[in-house]
Write a protein that binds this ligand. Structure first.
Ligand SMILES: C[S@@+](CC[C@H](N)C(=O)[O-])C[C@H]1O[C@@H](n2cnc3c(N)ncnc32)[C@H](O)[C@@H]1O
Length: 257
């Protein structure tokens, strides 16, 4: 189902849930029964809107619809300045996710270990992390491989600052602010990506376009659609898919994202 349609359906069922509770209030008043606490009605609204769309919407909507009326009710009792504060904090962390649709989730220590082992094995000397988040992965790798060079590009301002601060004492690690699409990746032996399924094909095309001989792309969790990985590097929860440019012919002009 298209995302937009799902959202509209969720809004409609939310409205119906609220309508159901308002109807109950009206009935209770008419029958002169004791008042039902408003929070009970909010829970009922949630249950109703969840049940209405149970089979229609993806299952992750169920808990969202269930708690939405209660959360909306609760939000009324919170000082509005807190909402402003929360919105600013969220934007500072992840304003870019609105456009890139790539949120922050960090790779764990095992990913750093496996990547370090791979770079040692294949004698790779430099790695670029596309969207380095808070820089923890690069910091771990830069410590383990002091004779290699690590660069991270991050477009979320607060994450960039945190990453810079984290890597401040690591001379072989540099953090840059900005959009990784607008930079060249040509100088790096390894380009590492932990993004989302959506940009993987453009990422691979850019890598092919710019990569020199022996250029490698390592993607944690997400595969390049239609391209077979040269190798899998297992790392805890997810595999890393390793793509080598020399195994893929470049035919025609790939100069588009
Ligand atoms: C899933 S996180 C991965 C963080 C880190 N690489 C790791 O493995 O722990 C993806 C990061 O990419 C950043 N990002 C997404 N699109 C970007 C872009 N076009 N340029 C720079 N950073 C981007 C996001 O802000 C987010 O911090």
């Amino acid at each position: 189902m298209p995302r937009f349609l799902g959202f509209i359906l969720a809004l409609i069922s939310f409205g119906l849930g609220i309508g159901f509770s308002l109807g109950l209030i009206y009935l209770f008043q008419m029958a002169q029964w004791p008042r039902v606490p408003i929070w009970v009605l909010a829970i009922l609204s949630g249950i109703v809107s969840m049940l209405i769309t149970w089979r229609v919407l993806p299952s992750w909507w169920r808990p969202v619809l269930l708690v939405l009326p209660l959360a909306a009710l609760f939000s009324l009792s919170i000082n509005s300045w807190w909402w402003l504060f929360a919105a600013i904090l969220l934007l500072a962390f992840q304003w870019n996710a609105i456009f890139t649709r790539i949120p922050l989730y960090r790779s764990d220590a095992m990913v750093a270990q496996v990547l370090v082992a791979y770079m040692r094995r294949d004698q790779k000397k430099s790695l670029l992390d596309l969207g380095c988040g808070d820089g923890r992965l690069l910091w771990r790798m830069a410590q383990a491989l002091p004779d290699c060079q690590f660069v991270g590009i991050e477009s979320a301002p607060l994450l960039y600052l945190i990453a810079r601060w984290r890597c401040r004492n690591q001379p072989n690690c540099r953090i840059e602010f900005g959009d990784f699409w607008s930079r060249s990746w040509a100088a790096f032996d390894v380009v590492f990506a932990f993004l989302s399924p959506e940009p993987m094909l453009p990422v691979w095309r850019k890598r092919l376009r710019e990569g020199r001989e022996g250029a490698v792309l390592v993607s944690l969790a997400f595969m390049v659609p239609g391209i077979e990985a040269s190798e899998l590097l297992p790392a805890h929860q997810f595999d890393m898919h390793l793509y080598r440019a020399e195994y893929h012919a470049v035919v025609g002009n790939l100069d588009t994202n």
